[in-house]
Design a protein. Structure first.
Length: 302
């Protein structure tokens, strides 16, 4: 457990360091903020205000000290701090990610389990075909297709924004399509590995019904790698949200990142990377704790 917490802290520290270096490599911020005809005195005053006229090591120490307090600096173009800007958009991304993850579990786990039980059957082939197809389709293309069919032609859902619960449907489905193939195939392979285990046969010989054997004895053990994958998928989910939020104009950190990059607001981009790294590290540690609670054999491992 301590090891995973340490790894999580290293991930966050690496993200802080990397984003600090990349932002400093992006050039002089005074050239991005001030007009071209600004005087050298104005530029020097702005550099002093931003703290970029200090030695690099001193800037790095100040940046780390501020990050520990939750202070990631200020936007180049807005009066707000980076943290307040990111936290204003982060709940929308969290809602989108959580809803798509739940939808993925609702479909991937039952279908992957049934595909394993009826291995080689029609359902098994259909699930594998859908998984391969889902991995082959770019998320931006599926998003545009969903918009064209269900929003433009059929008019069932809004085309953009957060105009009620219906606005969440298409972005959720698009992100779920991104997650479903991997989760369904891993569930299928895990269930196939667990089905021949002696404790499963023992449960059957003791008279346990087949639904109880599957839900209690098979899935309890087969879902451990699926649970671990779910934690690792959070980073990919937030990354995939960039394209989805852009296409559907969903006001989350993905669309904020695109907007900030387009206008060279690097402190905000830096803050988004740091927050995503922190979320990824926290979710990974929580996933490890849940895995150990679900499997007693892991509790004694360091």
């Amino acid at each position: 457990m301590v090891k995973h917490v340490g790894i999580g802290l290293l991930v966050v520290f690496g993200a802080l360091t990397l984003t600090f270096i990349l932002v400093r490599m992006s050039g002089d911020p005074s050239a991005l903020i001030l007009p071209q005809d600004a005087s050298s005195e104005q530029r020097e005053l702005l550099r002093e205000e931003l703290g970029v006229n200090q030695p690099m090591v001193q800037q790095y120490i100040s940046y780390l000290a501020g990050a520990v307090r939750g202070d990631l600096g200020n936007s180049y173009f807005d009066s707000d701090s980076v943290s307040s800007i990111v936290l204003r958009y982060l709940p929308n991304t969290a809602i989108l990610a959580a809803s798509s993850f739940v939808v993925t579990l609702i479909f991937a786990v039952p279908l992957g389990t049934l595909a394993a039980i009826r291995r080689g059957g029609l359902l098994d082939r259909a699930v594998q075909a859908v998984a391969v197809l889902g991995n082959s389709i770019p998320s931006f293309w599926s998003a545009l297709l969903l918009l064209q069919v269900f929003a433009v032609k059929l008019g069932w859902f809004p085309t953009y924004g957060t105009a009620g619960a219906l606005s969440l449907v298409l972005p959720t489905v698009n992100l779920a399509l991104f997650l479903f193939p991997t989760m369904a195939r891993l569930t299928r392979s895990s269930v196939i590995d667990v089905l021949p285990m002696p404790y499963v046969e023992t449960a059957r010989t003791r008279g346990a019904s087949e639904p109880r054997v599957i839900t209690v004895h098979v899935l309890r053990n087969a879902l451990l790698p699926v649970l671990a994958l779910g934690g690792l998928q959070i980073g990919g989910l937030l990354g995939g949200a960039v394209l989805t939020e852009t296409v559907f104009a969903w006001p989350g950190i993905g669309s904020l990142a695109v907007q900030s990059i387009s206008r060279s607001d690097f402190p905000v981009v830096q803050g988004i990377v740091v927050y995503v790294a922190v979320i990824f590290a926290v979710v990974t540690v929580i996933t490890e704790i849940m895995s150990r609670l679900a499997n007693p054999r892991l509790r004694g491992e360091s």
